[in-house]
Design a protein around this ligand. Structure first.
Ligand code: BGC
Length: 912
């Protein structure tokens, strides 16, 4: 496949002359690699969630172990597509357990299974190549739309059992998924293969101890497993990077006590998810996706509508037990501060506990979910009998809901019940906060109207909103004493607390002494967003040629430097590049760092000192080309490009003496979903800092991660990259990772995919119809938290449309929401090939919506089109010079300068 990339011989030569490779020239494993694997291992143990345990775990040290299941020898380290990481090695479960001293006695079965898998994989690879020829595209595109599915495992026989000579079996189910296609609610994917069911039943009958390990990247149906007798423990391993086997051994052997908690609700049946019927391919329509469940995503739905899940949000067992006691709740300076004592009440194992704080907002005129996560904290490692006091805080204003009718965030008057516990179902009411007057916390404007949105999608937004609510003015409350508390005898703390949430346990019942605390409406500030209207033209009186060095030493401003650039130069800066001569693997683009996903324009490097920024995926580590070669003149040679099952070989006739070989081995960290399940934000910061150090080593400026789309439905192919169904967890995780990366000077993150990118089928053209309230409370909230808390260097827009407008072209999303409302100061870029016709990439099928417009990106403030093509540069230049509308958008010189200045600011931040 040839991609019309922004590339020409002159630019290539320019680049060649300024090339500097950062990669190592020795193939030896480095100290950094070893240290980072240890660091990842230390965190990854906390990412696993123990779902079931009847005492089977932990296993006795050493001894014989029967190991079965597809993931035993083919342990999946992370999902496929751009989120994959090319590592030097991948420790499988078989290797990890053997290393930990276990004797695997099912070698015969593992070998047979290996032969079966190899045969199926070979057949798939042959088909992939032929199919690519048939479609006239690159094989990697075939692997995107039709990825290899792990086959059903080889039969387990009585003979295998006899030969295993042990009473303990570990069975590993694995599932893979990735970008470009969604999963299916069918056997071998969301459900068990019949073979897996039979085999688990056989193991349950044959072994005294059976441990089921889930080496998966997203929720699957576990109800069927619940019905199989004899399975003593179920451990959600997920996909933990290239040290997965060692981490699993740590947990199975009890070296590490699992302390992860679910960040999703696991339903009893797929149909129980409110978006199940129409999600992606389920209803045959992949063009329009109606988010009819509104704000009721995940536990917000299950708890509110009394649908009992199999495992609730926040759930996870430990090898030990904990007692959680709220010691104090105070409200001070707009913050709710809770002191919570956690004690390890077990006698054998040390462990960590996650304390979760939920609030139930009053049923006012706006509908409210039963409860929402407000904050959480994790203890350190507590020895048996040891206690730790946690202080957990959150802002009162963060409990506000969005009212479409008055375009404001609103705290409605009434009782806010705080619940504290170890999962969303296992909580105790800890305080009631009473607000006597409704308060608008923030006055905005509605940005995402959709004429096609069915009326019922607004039911939770405007239904019973009265004028009282919208007219609410913050009143003086004479004598209001913020935080004044009185302990009262409380029987169920009001109606909402007495209702039982979907998960069953946990509603505060019976008589408990909990404080009632008064919130003063007058203390809660009402903020009003200021929106940028027209963009101002930058001018300068300086006549000498300004450079980035002048900006850095304060001789001129970024705006002045920008004002000196021609329209063509400005357009070039706003259109990124892709290596065109090396191969056809997308996301394998950078000249200076082979395997990086692309870079920004280097055109003004020599004249103005504006270097190109190098961008690499994300989010499970750095995705780079592990081995590349140059000739003795330093020119990059083709070969070594890799993306999953697609690999470009080096020319077999290359003489070693005439080439230089370079190595770029990065650490694969646990997938995003796993990281979030640790609920350990300081650990995530450490992981982020580790990635930042690898960026320093390999010369990467912006990491195309973290990814924080909401798990709206378990079948989204990229859920493994994302954190949770909950926006608070997602936003906090993304902020922690960003803080870590950005603690390395000049290195930045790119939070993606902004926004409502919940589906992979037809991903370039799918239109997400979402109410303004659901967008703001669920789909944008995580991005808002990440921007406000960690100011990432960059944002990447998504492929999809929101309510009829491509996110890449949405000035309301990028300028009004991200920049004006949240104060985002960085650069914004598109997702790859968003604004160019590439039928081979985006699909030949007749699609309902057009590709996003290049001019629309400039209009919206989407500063860099990645990777972009010559047509993008030409369209922008022509639109600005002629004043003509192109593809539906007019753009002025001021618009173009605005985008280019954002790029220059980012270059400034990343140039050290
Ligand atoms: C993905 C992005 C990724 C980009 C560059 C796209 O296909 O959607 O997440 O960062 O490729 O590899």
């Amino acid at each position: 496949m040839f991609l019309d990339v922004k590339y020409n011989e002159k630019k290539r030569k320019e680049r060649e002359s300024m090339r500097k490779f950062f990669a190592a020239k020795s193939p030896e494993i480095t100290k950094r690699e070893l240290e980072h694997m240890e660091l990842a291992r230390a965190v990854a143990g906390e990412c696993m969630v123990l779902l079931e345990n009847d005492g089977t775990l932990p296993l006795a040290a050493g001894g014989k172990l029967a190991l079965y299941g597809m993931g035993a020898r083919h342990t999946i380290k992370g999902g496929t597509g751009s989120g994959d990481v090319n590592t030097r090695s991948n420790v499988t479960i078989e290797q990890g357990l053997a290393e930990a001293g276990y004797t695997i006695t099912t070698g015969g079965w593992l070998d047979r299974n290996e032969r079966k898998r190899t045969a199926e994989k070979d057949a798939y690879l042959r088909w992939m190549t032929e199919e690519a020829e048939r479609r006239g595209c690159s094989p990697f595109l075939v692997s995107f739309s039709d990825p290899f599915a792990e086959p059903a495992p080889e039969m387990i026989t009585e003979e295998d059992w006899r030969a295993s000579e042990t009473d303990t079996a570990v069975y590993v189910i694995s599932r893979n998924s990735g970008e470009g296609s969604d999963r299916y609610d069918r056997p071998g994917d969301y459900r068990l293969y019949p073979e897996e069911k039979e085999q688990l039943a056989f193991l349950g009958r044959s072994y005294a101890k059976v441990v089921l390990v889930l080496n998966i990247g997203g929720v699957m149906d576990l109800s069927e497993i619940k019905e199989i007798p004899g399975i003593g423990a179920v451990l959600l391993m997920t996909q933990l990077g290239n040290i997965g086997g060692q981490v699993l051994a740590d947990v199975l052997s009890g070296r590490v006590t699992p302390s992860g908690k679910l960040t999703d609700t696991w339903a009893k049946r797929y149909e129980d998810y409110p978006s199940a019927a129409a999600f992606s391919h389920n209803d045959g329509d992949v063009d329009d996706e109606y988010y009819t469940e509104g704000i009721y995503v995940g536990y917000r739905y299950f708890d509110t509508f009394g649908v009992k899940p199999l495992y609730c949000f926040g759930y996870g067992k430990s090898y030990t037990e904990f007692a959680i006691r709220t010691e104090n709740v105070v409200v001070k300076n707009g913050q709710v501060i809770l002191s919570v004592l956690v004690k390890n009440t077990g006698s054998e194992y040390a462990g960590k506990e996650v304390v979760q704080v939920y609030y139930s907002a009053p049923e006012g005129t706006l509908e409210k979910p039963y409860q929402e996560l407000a904050a959480f904290a994790k203890t350190g490692l507590l020895a048996p009998g040891e206690s730790e006091k946690l202080e957990i805080a959150f802002a009162v204003r963060d409990m506000a809901s969005y009212c479409e009718k008055c375009a404001s965030w609103v705290l409605e008057k009434g009782d806010y019940i705080l619940r504290i516990g170890s999962s969303s179902a296992d909580t105790q009411a800890a305080a009631v906060l009473t607000l006597k007057e409704t308060v608008k916390t923030e006055i905005l404007k509605n940005l995402f109207a959709d004429a096609e949105l069915p009326e019922e999608l607004h039911a939770d937004c405007t239904g019973a909103v009265t004028d009282d609510l919208c007219d609410a003015e913050t009143m003086e409350e004479p004598g209001c004493d913020e935080g004044a508390a009185e302990a009262v005898e409380e029987n169920g703390c009001g109606n909402r607390a007495a209702e039982e949430p979907g998960c069953g346990a946990g509603a505060a019942g019976g008589a408990t002494q909990i404080p009632h605390i008064l919130l003063c409406a007058a203390e809660i500030e009402t903020r009003q967003a200021q929106y940028m209207e027209e963009r101002e033209l930058y001018t300068t009186d300086q006549t000498r040629m300004l450079t980035l060095a002048d900006v850095k030493n304060g001789t001129c401003t970024v705006e002045e430097l920008t004002a000196q650039l021609t329209v063509e130069e400005l357009a070039e800066l706003c259109v990124g590049t892709l290596r065109a001569d090396g191969g056809s693997i997308v996301g394998n683009a950078s000249y200076t760092v082979p395997g990086a996903a692309g870079d920004t324009s280097a055109l003004l490097q020599e004249t103005r000192g504006i270097k190109n920024m190098i961008l690499a995926d994300g989010p499970a580590g750095l995705r780079l080309q592990p081995v590349f070669k140059t000739n003795k003149d330093g020119e990059l040679l083709p070969g070594g490009e890799i993306l999953g099952d697609s690999y470009v070989s080096f020319d077999k006739n290359l003489e070693e003496s005439q080439t230089d070989t370079y190595y770029q081995y990065c650490t694969a960290i646990p997938i995003g979903w796993a990281l979030a399940q640790s609920w350990n934000l300081p650990a995530l910061e450490r992981i982020g800092a580790m990635v930042g150090r690898e960026m320093e080593e390999f010369g990467i400026d912006l990491w195309l991660a973290p990814a924080l789309n909401i798990h709206r439905n378990p079948l989204c192919g990229r859920n493994f990259e994302y954190y949770s169904e909950d926006p608070y967890v997602s936003g906090k995780a993304a902020a922690a990772i960003t803080k870590g990366v950005q603690s390395c000077a000049g290195k930045g993150t790119t939070i993606k995919h902004f926004a409502a990118n919940s589906q992979e089928d037809n991903r370039y053209f799918t239109n997400s119809h979402v109410s303004e309230r659901a967008l703001r409370e669920i789909y944008l909230k995580g991005f808002e938290i990440a921007v406000k808390e960690s100011q990432p260097f960059s944002i990447m827009t998504s492929y999809n449309l929101i309510n009829g407008t491509h996110t890449a072209n949405s000035r309301d999303l990028l300028q009004a929401a991200a920049r004006d409302e949240w104060g985002f100061e960085g650069v914004i870029m598109t997702d790859w090939f968003t604004s160019q016709e590439q039928p081979a990439l985006t699909g030949e099928a007749k699609v309902k919506y057009p590709i996003s417009a290049s001019t629309g990106c400039i209009y919206a403030g989407n500063d860099i089109q990645m990777p972009g093509c010559q047509k993008n540069v030409d369209d922008i230049t022509e639109a600005v010079k002629s004043g003509r509308e192109i593809d539906g958008y007019s753009v002025t010189l001021a618009d173009l300068q605005y985008n280019a200045a954002n790029v220059i600011r980012a270059v400034c931040r990343t140039s050290r």
